[in-house]
Design a protein around this ligand. Structure first.
Ligand SMILES: [Ca+2]
Length: 253
């Protein structure tokens, strides 16, 4: 087995793991009776970053619904969505209005009740046009007041994200943006305990990766040398032993 090649692949994987950056965005938007606003994927209209996950949760006042006008372009391969959006009535389990990675131009959605839940997510390669959406509140009257809120209090074992999402506390600092937001109170925001910039973290991670890689290579080299000299020593001893026995045999004659 070529140990050096295996170690090199492992090292490259380690570096990729270190430099993988989970982008975040998303927020909780509390609307008023006259709210008009917009939201977008990061960098819009430029390409969005890889591994981005944004969740916006919007809440309108009593007796108001939310209108949203969506322009979007994602990515798919063999009909499998890679970069996509979903729009629901306030939570991940609410009524689904839109789920697509295809191009949308001024696609209008009206919430059933007072809430909307908008997810934008990208994978680790390539980018489409991204998401841009205008939103506003519209008066609906008391007809929607019998629709109960999909927003719930987080359980004791969950983290309450700033965008009102609840995620398992075990998802804290695992490298994936489960909350769909990137504030300090989101699941990956807590990981900035040392107040280091991402660049410094990359440098430290890379240096540690290189040190580990060199250490493993040196260990493998020393092991290989020790094994090699041990083998030579055993071979030499066998030859000397054989020669000794031959000389003893001949001297007897
Ligand atoms: Ca996480």
């Amino acid at each position: 087995m070529d140990i050096t090649k295996e170690l090199l692949y492992g090292f490259i994987f380690l570096i990729i793991l270190i430099i993988s950056h989970v982008e975040g965005c998303g927020s909780f938007i509390s609307l008023t009776t006259s709210s008009i606003g917009s939201l977008s994927s990061p960098n819009y209209p430029d390409p969005y970053p890889n591994n981005t996950r944004c969740i916006w949760i919007m809440e309108a006042p009593s007796m108001y619904q939310i209108d949203i006008d969506i322009t979007f372009g994602g990515q798919s391969v063999n009909s499998i969505c890679l970069d996509f959006i979903q729009v629901r009535d306030g939570s991940v389990i609410s009524n689904l209005h839109v789920s697509t990675c295809s191009f949308l131009s001024s696609h209008r959605v009206r919430s059933s009740g007072r809430w909307l839940w908008i997810l934008f997510q990208s994978d680790n390669g390539g980018a489409g046009a991204g998401l841009f959406a205008n939103y506003t509140t519209v008066y609906a009257g008391s007809v929607i007041n019998n629709i109960t809120s999909p927003l719930t209090e987080c359980k004791s074992y969950e983290l309450s994200c700033t965008n009102k999402e609840c995620v398992s506390a075990s998802y804290l600092c695992d490298g994936f943006n489960d909350c769909g937001c990137d504030d300090a109170d989101c699941d990956e925001g807590h990981c900035k305990g040392l107040d280091m910039t991402l660049g410094i973290m990359y440098v430290i991670g890379s240096v540690l990766g290189i040190v580990v890689f060199i250490g493993i290579c040196m260990g493998a080299y020393i092991f290989e040398r020790v094994f090699h000299w041990s083998h030579i020593k055993k071979t030499t001893e066998k030859k000397e032993d054989k020669r000794g026995r031959l000389e003893k045999c001949c001297s007897l004659k």
